[in-house]
Design a protein around this ligand. Sequence first.
Ligand SMILES: *Cc1c(COP(=O)(O)O)cnc(C)c1O
Length: 473
Amino acid sequence: MDESARRLLRSLPSVEEIAGSDEATHLASEYSRREVVEALRTVLTEVRQMIVEGAASEDVPGLVLPSYLVARVREVLDEQHRPRLRRVLNATGVVVHTNLGRSILAPGAIERVVEAASHYSNLEYDLERGVRGSRHDHIGALLTELTGAEAAMVVNNNAAAIMLMLSALASGRDVIVSRGQLVEIGGSFRVPDIMRQSGARLVEVGTTNKTRPADFERAIGEETAMLLRVHTSNFKMVGFTEEVGIRELVALGAPRGIPVADDLGSGALVRLPAFEDEPAVSESLAAGADLVTFSGDKLLGGPQAGIIVGRRMWVEALMQHPLARAFRVDKMTLAALEGTLLVYRDPEKALETIPTLRFMSRSMAETEQLAATLTREIERQCGDRVTLELAESGAKAGGGALPLLELPSYAVVVRPKDMSVASLAAALREAPTPVVARVGHDALHLDVAALQSDELELVAEAVAWGVSRASRG
Ligand SMILES: *Cc1c(COP(=O)(O)O)cnc(C)c1O
């Protein structure tokens, strides 16, 4: 260490000196005094280290100025206090992105959550009779109205719904499933595993590509508790294939008193042109399914939840099971789900106000216009530090639904001039409002499919912030 570094070290103010300054006192009114002092110690250690390593000399004494130190303390405290679960801008082109929180809520649903969270409610209280009520009652009526089911209940997610259904109705007995439907849905949800966990015995029938009603019929016996269909949401089998429909399963199960269950995965309450391959909940019930399960936050566009609809006797059996208590939903989820389902009473309004449905029903022209606006905004904020191009881009439904569907969409293709695509992508993820984009081999793709029009400016800000980091080094 040279003499100038030593002099610089000696000129560093002490913790007490800075803590007594006006700026630090002001900071302490925002955060606590203890936190300010602690952060000051951290910052002073950091600066000492930088001086020892030769990062500062007498020519650049800025590091030892109280104003710099306090500003750095603010940065440290802001960072420590920033929530870890934060908003991001979804420029991936995947509408129901499980890693980014699947669906965002309709305004009506958000209002309901705020009300439920801010006040006491009749969650389990019957206001009419003044006695204990059931949390399933609030949503039950709406769900039966919208789907045509006799009864309904809601649990934490669809995985829990299936687990509850198997545990309550099939533990220690046989559940017959087609070999072509023993699927894995994102990470840890695998049909054979959940079956084992519930205590039900999996009886596989048919082959990978072809299963016929006769395969089910041969397997039905004394121990059969359920015939289960699982929607192969995230892949599609084409070619020489055959599966057994709900109607055919019901023809086998009903005369023998064996319930037929249908795990729809996404489950759709409205028909969008894009939803062609996604079975509607009401269709499955109309075909005679005894129990239908689906997610609240996939194509429904509501909160994370597992929805179970079907015949009263089976739904009531599920409500009585001890796991129903373990899987029960929180009041904020119920509020969000009720708010979402209320919008579905008017399907037109659902398409306009439920973001997942709105994103999925956008036209090519609408996405082109959004992408053009985003391009202009990035040009305005970044000048010539990037080159931009508008390109058609097949967006995805996501959430393990409609794997082959390409939604009409456009992306702004960004090529930075003095940094790599990977470092721009990384910088976007660290922006004040982080952006998650699609990284191509020589460009960054900002797909507008899952962006709201009032988010475009924020995306452009993040790009500007990202490219200016390259020049800051
Ligand atoms: C997504 C999915 C599930 C799991 O639903 P979660 O709500 O994520 O628990 C189960 N089955 C199918 C067919 C699915 O698509």
